[in-house]
Design a protein around this ligand. Sequence first.
Ligand code: MTE
Length: 329
Amino acid sequence: MLIKNKKRSDCSESEVTPKTIYLNRRQFMKASSGIVLGVGGSNVFAALQGGNPLTPPTPVKQAFSQIIQTPYGSSETPAPYDVATTYNNFYEFGYGKGDPSERADNFKTRPWTITVEGEAENTGTFDLDDIIKTSALEERIYRHRCVEAWSMVIPWVGVSLGDVLKRFKPTSKAKYVYFETLYDPKQMPGQNSGSIEWPYREGLRIDEAMNPLAMFTVGMYGSILPNQNGAPVRLVIPWKYGFKGIKSIVKIRFVETMPLTTWSSLAPGEYGFYANVNPNVDHPRWSQSQERRLPGGVLFPNVIDTQMFNGYEEEVASLYSGMDLKRFF
Ligand code: MTE
């Protein structure tokens, strides 16, 4: 994976959101709306954090007005919206961290369908909004750790991936699940070039996909996903490096054998299928023992220790018991 020197995210210390502001926001929302975060809540968030979360389109407005607050990450301080939406990896729109926010404005995310194939009883093509409308959306604040050794805290909106996958009734032969991003070089200029074989592909073992932490994500900061963050739907697998969080998903396939994935095909010695965050297994070209928590900058690099499974060890370590994590990286 490329590491570029990023200028857009080199924020000054004054841009770091003080925890008191964030905690006040959560108290405000609890006081004003019980356990439900409404669109009003996200607007308060935007005012405090800078930036403008998008307005949900009519068919899913109702679902977004009833986001359930969860205890996940309630003590964490999310990155300002502006940082999370201008410092991105989405190579379909270019390799620079600022390219996706500059080039994805006209990306068409509705109507949006997902084709479900393979080892499942309920296959076919499904409208994403029908899935959203029948889901109880949750806000979960997760640590987001990129293999490039930067990280952010982001309040995502979505549902457990397992709950969505169960709707398709995977058979006992479904040992893995494979995901694919849209292939549309007219809309995604990055797909016209580069060394990646498009579309972007990812996969999980079925028990990883069913772990309650794995998230089918349709929003962030209380509203829908901005295009640069993977609209209209992406994965968020918080104990894994960010590249497992495939964006703009159009295909889900239940399969018997481990699927080929973009980064592990491109550089198998550098990026494994599992890609669990692990401070004890370095990338061949850099250490994974620490990370730059964004926002940060030259004067305030904000380097912190990386945690095993990104701090989600209790929830996910049992998935890998008996496995040599240096071999299965
Ligand atoms: N999905 C697609 N389709 N294309 C990409 O280039 N980049 C991955 C992942 N999902 C990527 C993708 C990487 S390397 C990371 S770190 C995260 O998206 C970044 O998510 P963010 O931009 O929302 O922080």
